[in-house]
Write a protein that binds this ligand. Structure first.
Ligand code: GLA
Length: 386
């Protein structure tokens, strides 16, 4: 953090009295597009993230700067409630609006951010910015909100300010992560089991397709609406509250109700089968059966590609290239899809071959260049010593 402290001093005269906060990114191991359908997810926080230095001042201004983006914003508290184009500052502004809703007027702060999560790659760079902001404001304004309330605030900021109908998984994983664990989170109750991520000589490798996606421009909200349509169809005859509560036999028995609504049916089938895969994957992880875990990952990718239509030819090529390397037990797209990253479970002895072989084959097939990030499950957000 010390070089960031120096930068803070350059931008804001000096760095006296600053406090430092960190929020990780997250990788979702399985359970994709289930969170906003009341289902299970299995993410972990990763050892990449967002750092934030903050200082309170006596001025009536909010100053936001980042080493990752050019725009530096100086706003009055009255201006802070309005989004500014599609700039990165809308993420902190959305969080500030959530504090305002709860009676906390944020004013007199200087902030400097720096992140090493690739943006728009499915690793939750935006939720990381939201959570680090929420944790920092909670501390410096002494609000006393619980970590779970900050999770809700970060999600609401994205829903209301950015206009993305995302679920609770990302802010939850980023706020609540525990080193060496994945979180088996039930998004309908927010019950969470921290499952030891005992990978027995394997490493999680994130491969970035470098096919960038813009979530709010993408089909994410469309997928959300299609799931609502599917739920409404089922609710005509079944009193369920969320798609993930369905089982396959019940969904199959609804085939005639879905007549002419093939897309909604396939979306529902993904959610129902993904829910079963997460259960199976958690069981496999607890039993130390990585081969079984890997099979669930691969089946998840196929369902996301065929039933949920959120994979891309580049992501499919990346997964196929990974699975062709001996020692890779599973691979799938991670996050919302439409581009972004895959996550693969790779034997440590195969790591060097993984990078060179996947890289070459992926480039040959797509013309794109992937990059690779081995990651470890890390702690969630909090204050860090300077
Ligand atoms: C994005 C959203 C999450 C979740 C995933 C897909 O990351 O922010 O809420 O829906 O996509 O699983």
């Amino acid at each position: 953090m010390h070089d960031l402290q120096d930068e803070f001093g350059h931008r804001y005269q000096d760095a006296r009295g600053v406090r430092a906060f960190h929020a990780p990114g997250r990788v979702n191991l399985i359970g994709e597009h289930t969170d906003y359908n009341g289902g299970l997810v299995l993410p972990c926080a990763i050892d990449r993230g967002t750092q934030l230095l903050v200082r309170r001042t006596a001025a009536r201004s909010i100053k936001l700067a980042s080493l990752n983006f050019d725009l530096i914003a100086i706003l009055s508290p009255d201006e802070a409630g309005t989004a500014v184009g599609d700039h990165w500052i809308n993420y902190p502004l959305g969080v500030i609006a959530q504090f305002a809703k709860r009676g906390v007027t944020v004013t007199g702060i200087e902030c400097l951010y720096r992140g090493d999560i690739p943006n728009g790659a499915g690793l939750s760079s935006s939720a990381s910015v939201n959570i680090v902001t929420a944790v920092a404001l909670n501390a410096v304004f002494e609000c006393g909100f619980s970590q779970l309330e900050l999770v809700h605030m970060a999600q609401a900021a994205e829903n209301e300010f950015i206009g993305l109908a995302c679920g609770v998984m990302d802010p939850y994983a980023i706020a609540m992560g525990q080193r060496g664990h994945a979180m088996a989170l039930d998004c309908s109750t927010l019950e969470c089991d921290q499952v030891p991520l005992d990978l027995d000589g394997h490493t999680l490798v994130i491969s970035n397709s470098n096919q960038r996606r813009e979530l709010n421009d993408s089909g994410y909200n469309t997928r959300h609406r299609e799931c609502v349509t599917a739920l409404e169809i089922v609710q005509q005859s079944h009193g369920i509250e969320a798609l993930a509560a369905l089982d396959m036999a019940t969904l199959a028995s609804q085939a005639s109700a879905f007549a002419g609504q093939d897309t909604a049916f396939r979306r529902a089938r993904h959610v129902v089968t993904e829910q079963a895969r997460v259960l199976g994957a958690c069981e496999a992880l607890r039993a130390g059966d990585l081969a079984q875990f890997g099979q669930h990952m691969c089946a998840s990718h196929a369902s996301l590609a065929q039933d949920f239509d959120v994979s891309t030819p580049a992501l499919d090529a990346l997964v196929a290239a990974a699975m062709a390397v001996p020692g890779v037990v599973g691979s799938r797209m991670t996050g919302a899809g439409f581009g972004g990253c895959t996550v693969s479970l790779v034997a440590d002895t195969a790591l060097a071959a993984f990078e060179s072989e996947v890289s070459a084959r992926y480039h040959r097939e797509t013309g794109l260049t992937a990059d690779f990030h081995p990651v470890v499950a890390s702690d969630g957000a909090g204050e860090r010593p300077l």
